[in-house]
Write a protein that binds this ligand. Structure first.
Ligand code: C2E
Ligand code: MG
Ligand code: MG
Length: 870
C-alpha cells in the first residue's frame, strides 16, 4: 500500500470512484455469483418446483425485480403458466394466458421467438399492432424473453415492474436471456431427469413385473416339479402296492404334498350301483363314513358324469374337454351339516364307466383348490382306478388260483383215493379174475379141471404131438353106472359125495402130469401124457375100473358102481381137442353098450358110425330147410263097427338119395339135436291144414288126427306156449287134434311135463299116451294124467298071439278106463284074429296093417270117393 501524501490525496480523490467501482464490483460479483448459482442450480436441479423457488431467490439477487412468471408450451401446443411470482397480476396472467395466450404479450414473445421489452406506452402500441388483449394489465415496464432450445421456442419468461423507479435496461434483458438459457437447461435437465426417472420407474416397474412373472414362473415350475415328483411317486405306488388299504394311506400322504388334503376319501360303488362305500375316509370333523344309498351328492354327480369337479363356495365347476372356457356352472343342492368350502373330486373310471370317486375338500378356504387342480385330480384318479382294478384283478386271480388250487388239491385227493380204490379194485378184480379163471377152469364140486381146461390142455398136447410125432398120449372118457340112481334115490348130497369119492379114486390112478377132469354129471376124462405104449393106457384103465368097482359108503348105504371107459389115442391126425373128445365119448358108448365095467379103444368102425351120424345130422338140417318131409296117415278105427274115427299122422322123410325114410331112421338124431321141434312145427301146420280141408267134407268132418310129439314140447322152456300159439293160429278145431306123447316125455321132468299136459288139456286138444306097454308102463299114467286115449304098443299087441295073459290085462285096462276117463287104442293090429281078441275084451279103437297101412291122405280120400261111387 502507497504511503506518501500524494498518493494519499490521489487516493482520497479516487475514493468515491472506488466506492462506485466497489459498488459496481460488488453488484457484478452478486450477479456473477447469482449467475453461477443459477448455472449450478440448473445443472443440479432435480424437480422444477424447487427449481422455480430457488430461481426466484436468484432472480431477486441479480435482477431489479423478482416479479416474473414462466410459461411453457404444453403437449397441446398451448402456453401454460408454470410459475408465477407476480402477486399483483398472477390471476390475470394465468387466466389471460390460459384462455387467450396467443393474444398476450407472452404469446407474442413465444410466436416471434424474440425478446420484447416495453413500457406502458409501447405496450399499447404493440397491443394495437398485434391485436393483443391486455386485460387491464398495470405494469410499468415489461420484459419477455423466449425460452429456446436451439431454434425451438419452448416457453417464455417475463419480468414485470409496477414501480416507476424500476425500468428494465438492456443489461436486464441480457441477464434475463442468460437466465432464460439456464432455465431451458434446467428445464431440459429436469425434464430429462424426470424422463429418466420415469423411464427408470417404468423400467423398474417392468423389471418388477418381469421379476414377479419370473418368480411366479419359478414358483409354478417348482410346483410343477413338486407335482411331477408327487405324481411319479403316485405312479410308483400304483405299480408297486398290492394291498389297497396301505395304498390309500401312502397315496394320501403323497397327495398331501400336492394339494390340501386333510379331508380325503375314496368312494366306491357297490356291485349293483345302488350303494356307495368308503374304503378310505379321513375327515377333520367325522371319524367314519357309513356306506350310503346312491343319492344326489357331489360324489354321485362325479360318478354319473365321469368328469372331475371342483366346488368353490356353492358353485361347481367341471372340465368340459380340455378347454376351460367350456366349464359349466352348477348350483348344488345344499349339503347337510358341516359343509366344505371347497371340494375337488375325480371319477375312478373303468372302460368309460365310473366305479368310484377320489375327493379332497376344505372346510375353511374357498380357494383351497384351483381350476388347474382338476387336471391333477383327474390324473391321480386314473392311477387310483388303475391300482384298484389291478389289485381287484389280482385278488380275483388269487381267489381263482386259490379256488383252483383247492379244487386241484381236492381232485388230487379224490384221484388218490380213487387210485387207491382202483388199485384195491384191481387187486380184488385180479383175485376175482384168478378165482373166475379158476372157477371157469375147475369143477366146483370135485375141484378137478373142467371141460374148458381139458380142451385147453388137450389142444396143447395135440400141438406137442404135431412137433413130436413119436410121443404118445391118450384120452380116457369115463362114464359111471348108477350115478343117476344114487341121485334119485339117496338124494343130491349123496350123489355129490359119490362124485367126490370117485374123483379121489381116479386121482389115485393117474400121475401128476396127467390131467383128470370132470366134464359134468358123472362124466370124467383123463388125459394121459408121455405114454410108452397102449399097454400103459390099458393098465390105467384097468386100475380105474377096479377102483370104481369097490363099494361106496354113502350116508349109511353101500353102493356099487362101474366105470365104462372109452379110449382115444391122440395123434397128429386130429384137428382139434373136440374131435378126440368126441371119439373117446363114442368109444365110451361102445363100452357101455357092450356091457359096462370095461374099456374100449376107439377104432375106425366107430369113426364110420360117427361120420354117418354127422352126415345124418347135416342132411337133416338141409331137409328142414328144404322141407323134404311128408305125412303118411294111418287110419284109426272103431273096432266094433270098423268105422274110421281118425288118423294118426306119421312122419316120412323124402330123402333125396335114400328114398322115403321112416322115423326110426332119423328121428333119434332130430330128437338129440333138438331139430325135432322145427320138424313138428311143420307137422302141426300141415295137420291143421288137413283139418281145414276136411271142414267141408261130409266123410271126415268129425275125424280126429293124432300127432306124435316130442317130450321137449312139455319140458323145454317156452315150447308149450309156442305150441299152443301155433295150434291156435292154424286151426279153430283144437279138439280134433290128438297129441300123442310116450312115456319118455315124462322120464326126466315128470312134474313139469304133467303141468304142460294139463295146460294142453285146458286149451282144448285131446291127449294120448303112446306106446303103453313097451316101457315101464306105470299105472300112474292111467289115473294121474289127463289122457283121453291110452295107445297100447304094438309089441304088447303082438304078444296077444302068444299069451292070453295080456288079453285079460287089456280087459282090466279097458275097465279102469271107464273110471279114469281114458279109452284104449290098440296099435299094430296085423290080423283079424288079433282084432277079434281085442274086440272081445272091450278095446274100443285100433289101428294096424290089418285095418289099413299108413299112406298119403289122398289115397284115403280117393278110396272114399270110390266106395261112394261103387
Ligand atoms: P307110433 O306112434 O307107435 O306109430 C305107429 C307105428 O307103427 C308107425 O311106424 C306105423 O307105421 C307102425 N305100424 C302101424 N301098424 C302096424 C302094424 O300092423 N305092424 C307093424 N309092424 N307096424 C305098424 P312108423 O311110422 O315107423 O313110426 C314109428 C314111430 O315113430 C311112431 O310110433 C312114433 O312114435 C314115431 N313117429 C312117427 N311120426 C312121428 C312124428 O311126427 N313125431 C314123433 N315125435 N314121432 C313120430
Ligand atoms: Mg303114435
Ligand atoms: Mg305107438
Amino acid at each position: 500500500m502507497p504511503v506518501n501524501a500524494n498518493e494519499s490525496i490521489l487516493a482520497a480523490r479516487q475514493i468515491p470512484k472506488l466506492k462506485s467501482l466497489l459498488k459496481k464490483y460488488r453488484q457484478a460479483r452478486t450477479i456473477q455469483s447469482g449467475l453461477l448459482q443459477l448455472s449450478e442450480l440448473a445443472s443440479s436441479v432435480t424437480d422444477m418446483s424447487s427449481f422455480y423457488s430457488e430461481l426466484q431467490s436468484i432472480i431477486k439477487t441479480i435482477l431489479i425485480t423478482d416479479s416474473f412468471h414462466i410459461s411453457l408450451c404444453n403437449s397441446h401446443q398451448n402456453l401454460s403458466l408454470v410459475y408465477s411470482n407476480n402477486s399483483i397480476e398472477r390471476k390475470l396472467i394465468e387466466q389471460q394466458e390460459r384462455e387467450n395466450w396467443k393474444h398476450s404479450l407472452t404469446g407474442l414473445v413465444y410466436s416471434q421467438g424474440k425478446a420484447i421489452s416495453c413500457d406502458a406506452k409501447e405496450r399499447d402500441a404493440l397491443s394495437k399492432k398485434h391485436n393483443l388483449n391486455l386485460s387491464n394489465s398495470a405494469f410499468i415496464d415489461w420484459l419477455g424473453v423466449p425460452l429456446k432450445r436451439g431454434n425451438n421456442v419452448i416457453g417464455v419468461i417475463t419480468l414485470q415492474s409496477y414501480d416507476h423507479d424500476i425500468l428494465f435496461s438492456n443489461k436486464d434483458s441480457q441477464l434475463l436471456e442468460f437466465i432464460a438459457e439456464h432455465l431451458v437447461t434446467a428445464i431440459d435437465r429436469v425434464r430429462s431427469r424426470e424422463l429418466l426417472e420415469k423411464n427408470i420407474i417404468e423400467r423398474t416397474q417392468k423389471l418388477t413385473e418381469t421379476n414377479e412373472k419370473l418368480q411366479k414362473e419359478i414358483a409354478e415350475r417348482q410346483k410343477a416339479v413338486k407335482i411331477h415328483k408327487a405324481l411319479l411317486s403316485i405312479s410308483e405306488i400304483t405299480a408297486t402296492t398290492y394291498d389297497l388299504e396301505s395304498f390309500y394311506k401312502v397315496l394320501h400322504q403323497e397327495i398331501t404334498t400336492l394339494i390340501p388334503s386333510n379331508n380325503f376319501y375314496i368312494a366306491l360303488t357297490s356291485q349293483n350301483n345302488e350303494w356307495i362305500d368308503f374304503p378310505y375316509y379321513k375327515d377333520e370333523h367325522h371319524d367314519i363314513a357309513e356306506s350310503r344309498p346312491f343319492s344326489n351328492g357331489l360324489t354321485e354327480l362325479v360318478i354319473k358324469s365321469t368328469e372331475p369337479y371342483l366346488m368353490k363356495g356353492n358353485e361347481v365347476i367341471t372340465l368340459a374337454g380340455s378347454d376351460p372356457k367350456n366349464n359349466k356352472l352348477y348350483k348344488p343342492k345344499p349339503l347337510k351339516d358341516k359343509l366344505p368350502k371347497a371340494w375337488l373330486g375325480a371319477p375312478l373310471v373303468d372302460q368309460g364307466v365310473a366305479f368310484g370317486v377320489f375327493a379332497v375338500y376344505h372346510y375353511e378356504d374357498v380357494n383351497a383348490y384351483e381350476l388347474s387342480d382338476l387336471d391333477l385330480v383327474k390324473f391321480i384318479s386314473q392311477h387310483i382306478a388303475t391300482t384298484i382294478l389291478r389289485i381287484r384283478t389280482q385278488a380275483e386271480i388269487q381267489k381263482n388260483n386259490e379256488a383252483l388250487e383247492q379244487a386241484i388239491d381236492e381232485r388230487t385227493k379224490e384221484l388218490q383215493s380213487t387210485n387207491l380204490n382202483l388199485r384195491m379194485q384191481i387187486e380184488e378184480r385180479r383175485k376175482a379174475e384168478a378165482q373166475l379163471y379158476y372157477d371157469a377152469h375147475h369143477d366146483a364140486l370135485t375141484k378137478l379141471p373142467n371141460r374148458a381146461m381139458l380142451i385147453d390142455r388137450l389142444g396143447y398136447s395135440l400141438r406137442h404131438l404135431k412137433r413130436h410125432p413119436l410121443h404118445q398120449s391118450a384120452l380116457l372118457f369115463i362114464d359111471l353106472d348108477r350115478f343117476k340112481m344114487i341121485n334119485d334115490t339117496l338124494g343130491h348130497h349123496a350123489g355129490d359125495l359119490f362124485l367126490i369119492e370117485i374123483a379121489d379114486r381116479l386121482r389115485d390112478c393117474v400121475r401128476d402130469n396127467d390131467i383128470l377132469a370132470r366134464l359134468g354129471g358123472d362124466e370124467f376124462v383123463i388125459l394121459l401124457d408121455s405114454l410108452q405104449s397102449e399097454d400103459d393106457v390099458e393098465e390105467v384103465a384097468s386100475r380105474i375100473i377096479n377102483k370104481v368097482a369097490a363099494g361106496f359108503e354113502l350116508e349109511g348105504h353101500t353102493v356099487h358102481s362101474n366105470a365104462s371107459i372109452g379110449i382115444a389115442m391122440c395123434g397128429s391126425h386130429y384137428k382139434d381137442s373136440n374131435e378126440i373128445l368126441r371119439d373117446a365119448d363114442a368109444a365110451m358108448y361102445q363100452a357101455k353098450s357092450l356091457g359096462r365095467g370095461r374099456y374100449v379103444f376107439f377104432d375106425d368102425s366107430m369113426r364110420e358110425q360117427l361120420i354117418a351120424s354127422m352126415t345124418l345130422e347135416q342132411e337133416l338140417r338141409v331137409a328142414i330147410k328144404e322141407c323134404q318131409f311128408e305125412l303118411h296117415y294111418q287110419q284109426i278105427s272103431d273096432l266094433e263097427n270098423t268105422k274110421i274115427i281118425g288118423f294118426e299122422a306119421l312122419l316120412r322123410w323124402n330123402h333125396p338119395t335114400k328114398g322115403l325114410l321112416t322115423p326110426s331112421e332119423f328121428l333119434f338124431m332130430a330128437e338129440e339135436t333138438g331139430m325135432i321141434l322145427d320138424i313138428e312145427t311143420w307137422v302141426v301146420e300141415d295137420v291143421c291144414a288137413q283139418l281145414k280141408c276136411w271142414q267141408s267134407s261130409l266123410e271126415y268132418k268129425n275125424t280126429f288126427i293124432g300127432i306124435n310129439l316130442s317130450g321137449r314140447h312139455l319140458t323145454q322152456s317156452n315150447q308149450l306156449f309156442k305150441l299152443i300159439k301155433l295150434i291156435d293160429k292154424n286151426t279153430v278145431e283144437p279138439h280134433r287134434l290128438i297129441l300123442e306123447f310116450n312115456e319118455s316125455a315124462f322120464s326126466q321132468h315128470a312134474e313139469l311135463a304133467l303141468k304142460g299136459l294139463k295146460k294142453l288139456k285146458e286149451f282144448g286138444v285131446k291127449l294120448a299116451l303112446d306106446d303103453y306097454g313097451a316101457g315101464l308102463s306105470s299105472l300112474n299114467f292111467l289115473h294121474g294124467y289127463p289122457f283121453e286115449f291110452i295107445k297100447l304098443d304094438r309089441s304088447f299087441i303082438h304078444s296077444l298071439n302068444l299069451e292070453n295073459q295080456n288079453l285079460s290085462l287089456i280087459k282090466a285096462l279097458h275097465e279102469l278106463g271107464s273110471n279114469f276117463g281114458y279109452r284104449l287104442v290098440a296099435e299094430g293090429i296085423e290080423s283079424a284074429e288079433t282084432l277079434e281078441k281085442l274086440r272081445s275084451v272091450g278095446c274100443e279103437f285100433g289101428q294096424g296093417y290089418h285095418i289099413s297101412r299108413p299112406g298119403l291122405i289122398k289115397q284115403f280120400e280117393e278110396e272114399v270117393v270110390n266106395v261112394s261111387n261103387g
